[in-house]
Design a protein around this ligand. Structure first.
Ligand SMILES: Nc1ncnc2c1ncn2[C@@H]1O[C@H](COP(=O)(O)OP(=O)(O)OP(=O)(O)O)[C@@H](O)[C@H]1O
Length: 266
């Protein structure tokens, strides 16, 4: 059995506002090729914090183990990188390389660049990762039904069309892991189901793992996602950094439910 792309034990992420402190604990999380996982929870429960941390866009406060098996120079799945150590040592270049080659990111409202055409938006991830592949851009355009929109500007598209372009962009550099943060939040039910289907199919045919943050558990269940929820963390007892302990109203502490044993290797 191949090693997982993401391998996390005992991760803690912290966000500090003026008078409030939010802490997320992740006891264990693994993501392997072909996995389809949905992080479910109400607004403010830490879904974005989790997926951004997994995608190496946000530094963890601490982690017992945080390994990401990224793409090597030639595009193959390479050796695992110790992401917690890379953050701790300020290895920005290594983290940037890992992000641009390994992850494809779909933002809530598409996150397209207004001054670039649809085609140039899709090509962006290939440029950033140094993997030019015009043929794949054409293929994705056809598969996602946006080929006719390539010369358009993002402002000319509907919300559903923008999300399709965002999906194409997230897959154009052949990432190992596709991360989508509330990809259907701004869409009506029909468009949300269409976008989720396209996202799931595109990730599956690319052999990528898919991690989605959503408040729509029914939609995630419909598309066969393994569902992981957020819950209040009764064990929160203050951190080693001198953070407040249990019973302090200024701390909201939540934990990611441990990954369910859905496969024999977990
Ligand atoms: N910019 C910020 N600065 C400080 N704390 C923040 C910031 N953004 C969010 N938080 C805190 O982190 C917690 C988790 O936020 P996060 O965005 O991860 O939740 P979410 O589940 O993704 O919410 P939503 O569904 O509304 O996007 C929030 O409850 C808030 O207290």
């Amino acid at each position: 059995m191949a090693a997982p792309f993401i391998d996390i034990d005992g991760l803690r992420a912290v966000r500090v506002d003026k008078d409030r402190r939010f802490q997320l604990s992740v006891p264990r999380f693994r993501l392997s090729s072909g996995d389809r996982v949905a992080i479910i929870g109400p607004s403010g429960s830490g879904k974005s914090t989790f997926v951004e941390t997994v995608a190496c866009a946000r530094a963890p406060a601490s982690a017992v183990r945080f390994l990401v098996r990224g793409r090597g120079q030639g595009g193959e799945a390479g050796a695992a990188m110790d992401v917690a150590e890379a953050w701790a040592r300020g290895r920005e270049d290594a983290l940037t390389r890992l992000r641009s080659r390994t992850f494809g990111y779909v933002h809530q409202a598409g996150g397209l660049l207004a001054f670039l055409s649809v085609r140039a938006n899709i090509a962006l991830t290939q440029r950033l990762s140094g993997r030019s592949d015009p043929g794949l851009i054409e293929e994705l355009g056809a598969a996602l039904g946006i080929r006719a929109l390539f010369a358009s500007a993002p402002a000319q598209l509907s919300g559903g069309q923008r999300q399709r372009v965002a999906i194409a962009r997230a897959l154009a550099h052949r990432p190992l892991v596709v991360v989508a943060d509330e990809p259907t939040a701004s869409l009506d039910r029909r468009n949300a189901a269409t976008v989720m289907r396209l996202l799931a199919d595109a990730a599956a045919s690319a052999g990528a793992a898919l991690l989605v943050a959503t408040h729509d558990e029914a939609l995630a269940a419909e598309f066969g996602f393994t569902i992981i929820g957020m819950h209040d963390d009764p064990d929160h007892d203050g951190g080693p950094d001198g953070s407040p302990g249990r019973g302090d109203d200024s701390v909201q502490a939540v934990a990611l439910t441990p990954f369910p044993a859905v496969r024999g290797d977990r």
